[in-house]
Design a protein around this ligand. Structure first.
Ligand code: ADP
Ligand code: MG
Ligand code: MG
Length: 889
């Protein structure tokens, strides 16, 4: 196996093997951009190391070989005492994990080569600065020493100089700092800082391999659903120096605004600095435009390179660069993370610019982003108390109680509080708190700061760099420029779309994207229009190419109407249980308590007109489109009083001696109907078979409603769906009864009321006998919620809280099977039932009506299986439309 690739040997498509950073360093090298020479150790080597606990055979020799070639090319040897080559040892996995993994700079410096570096560069100060940086990073990352110890020593030096900037430190300061750092290493590890350059390099490589399994990296992967077994590549890159003086520096940039998608120059630059300094916020960076004044030549070249990269990748790129004494070096690029809105806007812009076609634009956005864009915004009309303004790092409207540390954020959010995490700036240790928080607010750092990058990745609202705020983490308070104080627990509202920070709770309104779907978007000529136009164009294309129909789960005329505006092509699931609640409970109680046919019929006939009116409303809202009505499904106890409450009431009444006859009978009935496992008990088709007249009443209500709509000039398309069928016999009995009622109402009304009669497939036995069931069903609708419960033997209401987090932690599944369809198990039954059902009845219509119908990954699976439609909640209809389109491309 080949474990090491020179930059010239790789390319951008080798991310699996070389990681994102390595693949793109190779790509930039090959398109002729100024990248310092280097090589990449593959993720395969990392996987082997992590499995076996030692480097695979041959790796050492291969690295030595590439290092020799690197040295020969540059004409310097690693750590040479008179003229040292220095390298960085950089992690870089397939998926970017900002700030999660480790990098060591200036490898190759030691007590002797530091003099060589000083002579060659002509700057003692620079050489000692670089050396102390090496010991600091090596100490933290490779030796696991608490970084605060190094930071403390550095702060002491600055304080002694009476300055808060590292720029004021002298050569002597750095020299004594090196001595202090070496002592820290010795004290903490019992060993000296390794002087041998080759030893430094191989230890650093090992540390990078191991950083794959650092706790925060594991947490980040789980959050971002990145597989746990990919491993990281390691890049060995010749060092270039941004800390060689004021004509040197380092920066980061985006080719377009990652927050809005607007074209322009977005980035930060820091003079006389190295690597991490820009994002670590040690000094205030300047906006990239300022580089034009500092170093015009490098600036022009940088813009040129940015244009080249955009053309080459046909997408927004982010970059890291360093200027060494007026010479520009590219250190990293990748297709940049962006906000949901920017994803749409940029894809649309690139189509306009002729860089990509519309299908590619559809591929480049996704349903999760669309869902984000449908979140509410702050009401601009509402009264608001402005506290500060920072940068709009990641959009959204977040309201919550202020907390100043990750631990409290997690603790409070666990107890149900919404929190805003406020930090001066965040670092990877804040990840837990960022996940728990509604939004993140920092007082320092730009759009490329840790907080901004991570929040965008998570789709969390973030305002960063609100410099008007003085954040006192220890004192748990922040102070505005005007002296207003906000304490822990006070409520703040932050707007990630414009960077505003408000005191108190600001009311929210719906997003422009929702307004657009609702048909209410008024062109205003501003940012929202650009977004709406992009969404419209992409959605239109998705609708053109998709094969899957999209319906909605809607139980009321209002929901049905909204779903229709959102593009639903019918109702795939109209639950009828709410038609038995509220005032109607009394009829249900009578039905359940009925001793005679007359009593039962009287209760049913009270329910009939009520249900008929419900259906008229829904059929009207969905006029011309199919409405699948599911006959009553839940266990009866859900309609009866709570057993404890009723028992107490009866007991009290008895004690008073005025027990109510009806309550006594009700209590008996409740006891009788009590089930150990109601979800596997008397429900669904079983109710229809056991309670005479119940289902036929519902069918009659459907048929009469259809007849009424028809008479009023409407065009209703009712479909009748029988839940929880396990065997074809159940369905045959109910079907025969339903057909009789349909024929009867047809006769009475003079209209032909034929409607499709089908079943839910939500029990394994139904799926396994789908061929037989199709004999009595004109359609199947997979109830994937129940099917998941019954296939796994999970009770959804119980297990999620009880042990899913443990399952997720142990990696048993990466995501709950109730969220994304379990393709291997439940999906296999879906496929089998679809095939066998269609074999028995070629015109069988097949859809899905569980939560999974609106889940992006699951939609792609249903497309593959060749279902006719998915049905999901109205709000997710646009997401399903988009993902169905993406699946078809
Ligand atoms: P991350 O993945 O966290 O961004 P990087 O490997 O990109 O880590 O490195 C951290 C910082 O060090 C970046 O700012 C990068 O540009 C800088 N850096 C990495 N290698 C070199 C090098 N060879 N010369 C100069 N700076 C470097
Ligand atoms: Mg980087
Ligand atoms: Mg069900």
């Amino acid at each position: 196996t080949k474990y090491v690739y020179d930059f010239a040997e790789g390319n951008k498509d080798l991310k699996d093997l070389l990681g994102g950073k390595g693949a793109n360093l190779a790509e930039m090298t090959n398109i002729g951009l100024p990248v310092p020479p280097g090589f990449t150790i593959t993720t395969e080597a990392c996987r082997a190391y992590l499995t076996d606990g030692q480097q695979p055979d041959g790796l050492r020799a291969e690295i030595a070989d590439h290092l020799t070639r690197l040295e020969a090319g540059i004409g310097r040897r690693l750590g040479d005492p008179t003229d040292p080559l220095l390298v960085s040892v950089r992690s870089g996995a397939k998926f970017s994990m900002p700030g999660m993994m480790e990098t060591v700079l200036n490898v190759g410096l030691n007590d002797e080569s530091v003099h060589g570096l000083a002579t060659q560069s002509g700057s003692e100060r620079f050489a000692w600065d670089s050396y102390r940086r090496l010991i600091q990073m090596f100490g933290k990352i490779v030796l696991g020493i608490d970084p605060e110890r190094f930071d403390g020593a550095l702060e002491d030096k600055k304080r002694a100089r009476g300055s808060d900037s590292d720029l004021d430190l002298t050569t002597d300061d750095f020299r004594t700092l090196v001595a202090a750092y070496k002592k820290i290493v010795r004290d903490s590890t019992g060993r000296d800082f390794p002087q041998e350059p080759a030893e430094q390099m191989s230890q650093a490589i090992r540390a990078v391999f191991e950083s794959w399994n650092a706790e925060r990296a594991i947490l980040y992967r789980r959050q971002e659903r990145i597989p746990a077994d990919l491993g990281t590549a390691v890049n060995i890159v010749a060092m270039v120096f941004g800390n060689l003086g004021m004509d040197s520096g380092t920066g980061v940039a985006f080719t377009r605004d990652p927050a809005s998608g607007a074209q322009g120059i977005y980035g930060d630059y820091l003079q006389n600095a190295q690597g991490e300094d820009v994002v670590a916020g040690i000094r205030n960076t300047v906006p990239l435009e300022r580089l034009a004044d500092i170093d015009r030549g490098s600036y022009d070249q940088l813009l040129d390179i940015m244009a080249t990269l955009e053309r080459h990748y046909r997408d927004l790129c982010d970059i890291e660069f360093t200027i060494e004494r007026g010479k520009l070096w590219m250190l990293q690029t990748r297709v940049g993370k962006r906000t949901a809105a920017a994803a749409y806007v940029i894809a649309n812009q690139l189509v306009d610019e002729g860089m990509i076609d519309l299908d590619e634009a559809v591929r480049r956005v996704n349903g999760a982003q669309l869902a984000q864009l449908m979140f509410p915004r702050f009401d601009t009309e509402a009264k608001r108390e402005r506290l500060a303004r920072g940068m709009n790092a990641s959009p959204g409207a977040a309201v919550g109680k202020v907390v100043f540390d990750s631990y409290t954020a997690v603790k409070w959010s666990r107890s149900g509080e919404k929190v805003i995490l406020v930090r001066r700036e965040t670092n990877p240790d804040d990840l837990n708190g960022m996940i728990a928080a509604e939004g993140i607010l920092t007082s320092r750092g730009g759009k490329t700061s840790h907080a901004a990058v991570v929040a965008r990745g998570m789709g969390k609202t973030c305002v960063c760099g609100a410099e008007e705020l003085d954040v006192d983490t220890k004192g748990r308070r922040l102070t505005t420029r005007d002296g207003l104080v906000v304490e822990e627990g006070d409520v703040l509202s932050i707007d990630g779309s414009n960077g505003m920070v408000y005191r108190g709770e600001v009311p929210v309104v719906s997003s422009p994207v929702v307004e657009y779907f609702e048909g209410r978007h008024e062109p205003t000529g501003v940012e929202a229009d650009v977004l709406v136009k992009a969404v419209h164009r992409i959605m239109t294309r998705a609708d053109e190419v998709r094969c899957l129909g999209v319906r909605a789960n809607a139980d009321t005329p209002e929901d049905a109407a909204r779903a229709r505006r959102f593009g639903a092509q019918g109702v795939g699931l109209c639950r009828t249980e709410h038609m038995f609640l509220g005032d109607r409970r009394q009829h249900v109680e009578r039905l359940i308590l009925a001793d005679t046919d007359t009593e039962r019929e009287s209760a049913l006939s009270a329910l009939l007109p009520l249900q008929r009116d419900d259906f008229v409303g829904i059929f009207t809202a969905m006029n011309g489109l199919p409405v699948t009505v599911r006959l009553l499904d839940p266990p009866l106890h859900e309609f009866l009083p709570d057993i404890t409450e009723l028992s107490v009431r009866v007991a009290l009444a008895e004690a008073r001696g005025d027990a109510n006859e009806n309550d006594l009978r009700l209590l008996q009935a409740v006891h009788k109907l009590h089930e150990q496992n109601p979800m596997l008990g008397l429900r669904g088709v079983r109710l229809g078979l056991v309670i005479p007249g119940l289902f036929t009443m519902q069918v009659r209500a459907i048929a009469e409603a259809a007849a009424k709509c028809r008479a009023d000039g409407g065009n209703p398309h009712a479909e009748i769906m029988i839940p929880l069928v396990g065997t074809v016999q159940e369905l045959e009995i109910i079907r025969a009864e339903a057909e009789a009622v349909l024929a009867e109402v047809s006769r009475e009304s003079g209209a032909d009321l034929h409607c499709l009669i089908g079943t839910m497939i939500e029990l394994p036995r139904a799926a396994l006998t789908a061929g037989q069931i199709a004999g009595a069903a004109e359609f199947f609708s997979f109830g994937t919620n129940d099917l998941t419960q019954t296939v796994w033997g999970f009770s959804r209401d119980d297990v999620e809280a009880a042990f899913f987090s443990a399952y997720l932690e142990k990696g048993i599944f990466g995501v709950s099977p109730f969220e994304t369809l379990d393709v291997d198990g439940v999906g296999r039954l879906v496929r089998l039932a679809t095939e066998e059902g269609r074999a028995a009845r070629p015109e069988l219509k097949v859809g899905v009506c569980g939560e999974h119908g609106g889940d992006p990954d699951s939609v792609h699976f249903f497309h593959q299986v060749g279902l006719d439609y998915v049905s999901c909640s109205p709000f997710r209809v646009p997401v399903a439309r988009l993902e169905a389109g993406r699946a078809a491309l």
